[in-house]
Design a protein around this ligand. Structure first.
Ligand code: SD4
Length: 329
């Protein structure tokens, strides 16, 4: 149990957590300010190249961004999906929440909205994203996220080199592996930031931001900007946020599931574990992690499909942001 305020973040994104912490402990700030500042830090740093511009291009070579932010006091939410040519996805998500009566804007029209209200247009390509795209074209160039598509050896872009399936030890218990999972596993990159902040007045805010999966089909939107999937905030209960293979995770609305279970009295630890187990019942070994905190300051984290998982926490009990490791199921 931590006293409030508290900040918790998926992955060891220490700077993002520290920025959120210093925001929430400064005068006249809100938990929403802290989530925006923390997630923005990751977009600027391009945390593990899984957040922000310049990595994980889609099948056409373009990087697009997904983000959401949620206010547990009002249940107000804003999100952007497949946002193009703007680097600051979490801030655009906040603008959707605060400056429109809508909840989720996508693609070019999300970009139009952002530019209209003063965000700057930018090129999200980097040397890295161009290289990733070029390598993919040269070494594979097969459609990764299509079902039942066999590699075409006649493709001029080079011989198909399958990426090895992850070792058994990273895959959970069940021998039944869904066909989709193989596709999802092969090209899965991870490290989306999901964040929960609760201030000392028990105001809960959550947020997420990511550049999604590499070589995704253009237009693919993951779980990250979907309310109840990427994150969920409820001032009466607490908040939760997710990272992992969003194409599977979003089928379970795991953040909402966790908050609902906490509402029925489960601890954050048991609630996150139950949600992860439910996903694994259908998709064994799915790469997934969920973080949660309740308004008593108790937190819980559960994960699957990746051996161990690291998350970052800062509460009044810690004199600095702390990285913790948990064992996955
Ligand atoms: C997605 N959930 O787009 C994201 C990826 C992710 O940690 O979380 N990686 O599916």
């Amino acid at each position: 149990c931590l006293s409030l305020p508290v900040v918790i973040t998926t992955w060891p994104f220490v700077n993002a957590t520290s920025v959120a912490w210093s925001t929430i402990t400064s005068p006249n700030t809100t938990s929403i300010d802290a989530v925006e500042a923390g997630c923005s830090q990751c977009e600027i740093e391009q945390c593990n190249f899984a957040v922000g511009w310049g990595s994980n291009p889609d099948e056409k070579g373009e990087t697009t961004l997904d983000a959401m932010i949620m206010d547990g006091k009002t249940r107000n939410v804003g999100g952007v999906g497949a946002l193009r040519r703007v680097t600051t996805a979490i801030s655009v998500a906040r603008a959707v929440m605060e400056r429109t009566t809508h909840t989720l804007l996508v693609g070019d029209q999300a970009t139009d909205f952002a530019l209209q209200i003063g965000f700057t247009e930018a090129d999200l390509h980097s040397n890295r994203s161009i290289q990733m795209y070029t390598d993919w074209k040269q070494n594979n160039c097969q459609p990764n996220f299509w079902k039942n598509v066999k590699p075409d050896p006649t493709k001029s872009c080079g011989p198909y080199k399958p990426t090895p399936f992850p070792p058994e030890s990273t895959r959970g218990q069940s021998p039944a592996v869904n066909k989709n999972m193989q596709i999802g596993f092969k090209y899965f990159n991870h490290d989306t930031i999901g964040m929960v902040v609760i201030d000392d007045k028990r105001n809960v805010a959550t947020g997420t931001t990511t550049n999604g999966l590499n070589h995704k089909i253009p237009g693919r939107v993951g779980d990250t900007p979907i309310m109840g999937a990427g994150s969920y905030a409820d001032n009466d209960i607490g908040g939760a946020a997710c990272t992992g293979n969003g194409d599977f995770m979003m089928r379970f609305l795991p953040s909402f599931h966790v908050v609902s279970m906490m509402k029925s009295g489960l601890s954050p630890g048991n609630a996150t574990l139950t949600a992860i187990q439910e996903i694994n019942r259908f998709y064994p070994g799915c790469r997934a992690a969920i973080i949660a905190v309740n308004t008593q300051g108790q937190h819980g984290v559960a994960c699957s499909g990746m051996g161990t998982f690291h998350y970052t926490i800062h509460g009044a009990e810690y004199d600095q942001t702390t990285v913790k490791e948990i064992q996955c199921i």
